[in-house]
Design a protein around this ligand. Structure first.
Ligand SMILES: Cc1cc2nc3c(=O)[nH]c(=O)nc-3n(C[C@H](O)[C@H](O)[C@H](O)COP(=O)(O)OP(=O)(O)OC[C@H]3O[C@@H](n4cnc5c(N)ncnc54)[C@H](O)[C@@H]3O)c2cc1C
Length: 372
């Protein structure tokens, strides 16, 4: 039997840090959660958060995402009235001339038993409300089992349990780093000079994860691009499904708003001297005009906010979960699909921290795979 952990320090107040922290508390560890600014101030505060395993990917990643969706379904079933977690399906279509690729995507989804329907525009209205059939490509895919979550709401929900279970939260800590003693992780020092000891440390710093472990001499390759999420002012849109289309991705958001993103405007984003980002307001409106065209009646959409920052993507596109071989006691969680994997990733990683047993579903995703 491993010695029970007295305390774990988790760095990062996004969905992966919060989810891991809550699962550690449920398992009986004491937890200090340290984050640079406010909770959800990183990628989790500006995520489209489409819950899915659509498209084609290696089996281990698909299975992990399906387990991720499973945990959300359990949460949904406990209270289907939540306006921040919905399973109302999603529609996908590609650009003009991409019908073959759409058929291949559908076939590969069917091959692993994913609920996937190849449809024509005329069928859309009977499957999901308020999508403009004139905007839909000749071949589209409807995935009725997919959904979306608002991560700031989920984080708030999980933090209630965190507090009930006696977790210790440190916000506005500045940039924290991992302390090694004799090569083993023994705690964290914060950017504001605080010191927090622990028997283990979890690094869940979103796109900054590679930088935090680089300070320990460890390489995790990084391909995190700059991205933007736009949230609209409240509007009677009636949309239920998540839409993934050639020029806009959009989902409903609490309070009758919509959340939208894409990648075609990446080059219009500039980085300021202080590390923040800017984009011309005309680009924000152009994205919303694309979204409006997807909805029946073309509602006038106005931006309430647009948030720009890096979207965490490991160098090889696959998740990174587990203990650092070169720094025992230090665990990392760094992934692209962090909304879909938020609950399952925290659960499995916390299990590894608590027991020392490596979970087979994380076997493909170890941090040691990157060249030293
Ligand atoms: C535009 C966009 C669209 C997306 N769409 C989807 C999608 O459709 N489906 C999906 O599954 N996923 C999606 N994602 C990805 C998903 O949102 C992220 O993978 C997930 O939110 C990452 O959570 P995290 O906890 O790892 O990181 P973050 O939310 O970034 O949290 C990390 C936290 O750590 C803090 N931090 C960083 N460094 C330090 C330090 N040194 N010391 C202290 N604190 C530190 C940061 O301030 C931040 O609060 C999207 C992301 C973006 C940005």
């Amino acid at each position: 039997m491993p010695t029970p952990l007295q305390r774990v320090v988790v760095i990062g107040g996004g969905i992966l840090g919060v989810s891991t922290a809550v699962h550690l508390l449920r398992g009986g560890a004491g937890v200090t959660l340290v984050t640079e600014a406010e909770l959800a101030s990183g990628a989790s505060g500006r995520s489209l958060s489409w819950l899915n395993s659509a498209g084609e990917r290696p089996d281990p990643y698909h299975l992990l995402r399906m387990a991720g969706i499973d945990r959300y379904r359990t949460l949904f079933a406990a209270d289907p009235s939540r306006d921040w977690l919905r399973f109302d399906g999603a529609l996908y279509w590609g650009g003009a001339g991409n019908e073959e690729a759409t058929s291949r995507r559908h076939s590969s989804e069917k091959r692993h038993g994913y609920d996937s329907h190849l449809i024509a525009p005329v069928q859309v209205g009977s499957l999901t409300p308020r999508v403009n059939p004139a905007a839909v490509a000749p071949k589209a895919i409807f995935n009725p089992g997919e959904g979306w979550v608002s991560l700031p709401h989920l984080i708030e929900f999980l933090m209630e349990e965190f507090k009930d279970l006696g977790g210790d939260l440190v916000t506005h800590a500045g940039k924290a780093s991992v302390v090694l003693t004799g090569g083993r992780a023994t705690g964290v020092v914060t950017g504001t000079g605080g010191k927090h000891d622990g028997d283990a440390v979890v690094v869940a710093c979103g796109p900054q994860t590679p930088e935090v472990v680089a300070a320990l001499g460890i390489t995790i390759e990084d391909a995190s691009p700059v991205s933007m999420l736009v949230v609209t002012k409240p509007v009677e849109h009636g949309l239920r499904a998540v839409l993934n289309t050639p020029r806009a991705a959009v989902r409903p958001n609490p309070d009758n708003s919509l959340a939208a993103d894409h990648d075609w405007y990446e080059e219009a984003i500039t980085e300021n001297a202080d590390g923040t980002y800017s984009v011309p307001e005309s680009v924000v409106q152009e994205l919303l005009d694309e979204v409006a065209h997807l909805i029946e009646g073309t509602p006038a959409l106005e931006p309430a906010s647009w948030k720009i920052g890096r979207k965490p993507i490991p160098g090889d596109g696959e998740p990174v979960f587990g203990e650092l071989e070169q720094a025992p006691g230090c665990f990392v969680a760094f992934t692209h699909s962090g909304a879909t994997l938020g609950l399952i990733g925290g659960e499995l990683l916390a299990g590894e921290v608590l027991t020392g047993d490596k979970h087979p579903m994380l076997a493909s995703f170890r941090p040691g795979r990157f060249p030293r």
